[in-house]
Design a protein around this ligand. Structure first.
Ligand SMILES: Nc1ncnc2c1ncn2[C@@H]1O[C@H](COP(=O)(O)OP(=O)(O)OP(=O)(O)O)[C@@H](O)[C@H]1O
Length: 256
């Protein structure tokens, strides 16, 4: 079967600088793939090249048999690319319910189909159902992340793109390495992060959509992903099954 998403030799420029220098990456239907790498290597640029926030200069992006890189961002979303950008992008002055409805309205989902889609989101993120009338802006970082993922799911994507889903949930996790990480892990991680992690696992198990996530937190990636790609200076330097993401690989390609 051909891959759901296939980037071939993608080059993307920002303001005259060649940021992506020939990225090759594939995602199969139902797969969870982690895109990793140190700061500034081009992970977000890769995601933006897929969603259409940035145009590619050369190479190609195929999605579900279509040439994605020729399409507008809107058309890409309609083709089945759902995205939660860094910073989450929820509407702070709209309620949780209104934020979710934006996802439905944009994709013209109504009636029973809309209700079923909402029920699925509430099953994944029960906290959202309890907070329907709250304003998005007053939710915690982790709740906002759940809302943003929930809203993206309502567009019925075939591929969900998440840029740093644990960011803002527990900043210390990103800052600390080694022992601190292990200690944090042993003592348990907060509910919000567990909710996001469990949701990704549930989605993965059901195989109803594929997920591409950019994530700095290696343990989180090991937990939820099937495969990984690591980038350095605008290209993929190593990729493979998540079991091959050894500490050695992490040290060589991911640690600062
Ligand atoms: N608007 C911009 N103008 C100029 N350079 C930019 C711009 N946005 C990003 N860059 C540069 O492009 C490179 C890749 O950035 P990108 O955001 O893709 O990296 P990243 O791997 O996602 O890193 P991070 O983890 O820090 O988000 C960086 O060197 C960055 O400085």
């Amino acid at each position: 079967m051909p891959a759901l998403l296939q980037l071939s030799q993608v080059e993307t420029y920002i303001g005259g600088s060649r940021i992506l220098r020939g990225v090759d990456l594939e995602i199969n239907a139902g797969e969870v793939v982690a895109l990793m790498g140190r700061n500034g290597v081009g992970k977000t640029t890769t995601l933006k090249s897929i969603t259409g926030m940035l145009s590619i200069r050369s190479g190609s992006i195929l999605f579900d048999g279509q040439r994605l890189d020729k399409m507008t961002p809107d058309a890409r979303a309609r083709a089945g690319i759902g995205s939660v950008p860094q910073g989450r992008d929820i509407f702070p002055h709209l309620t949780v319910e209104e934020n979710l409805h934006v996802g439905l309205v944009v994709h013209g989902r109504k009636g029973k189909e809309a209700r079923n889609a909402l029920d699925y989101v509430y099953t994944l993120f029960p906290v959202l159902k309890e907070m329907l009338s709250r304003k998005g802006g007053v939710l915690s970082g982790g709740q906002q992340q759940q809302l943003a993922i929930g809203r993206a799911l309502l567009t019925d994507p075939k591929l969900l793109i998440l840029d740093e889903p644990t960011e803002g949930i527990q900043p210390s996790i990103i800052d600390h390495i080694g022992d601190t990480l292990k200690k944090l892990k042993k003592e348990g991680i907060p509910d919000d992060e567990v909710a996001v992690e469990n949701a990704i696992k549930t989605i993965a198990k059901e195989g109803r959509l594929a997920i591409l996530l950019v994530e700095q937190y290696v343990d989180f990636c090991r937990d939820v992903s099937d495969r990984f790609y690591a980038m350095d200076r605008g290209v993929v330097v190593i990729s493979g099954e998540i079991a091959t993401l050894t500490d050695e690989v992490v040290k060589k390609h991911l640690q600062v």
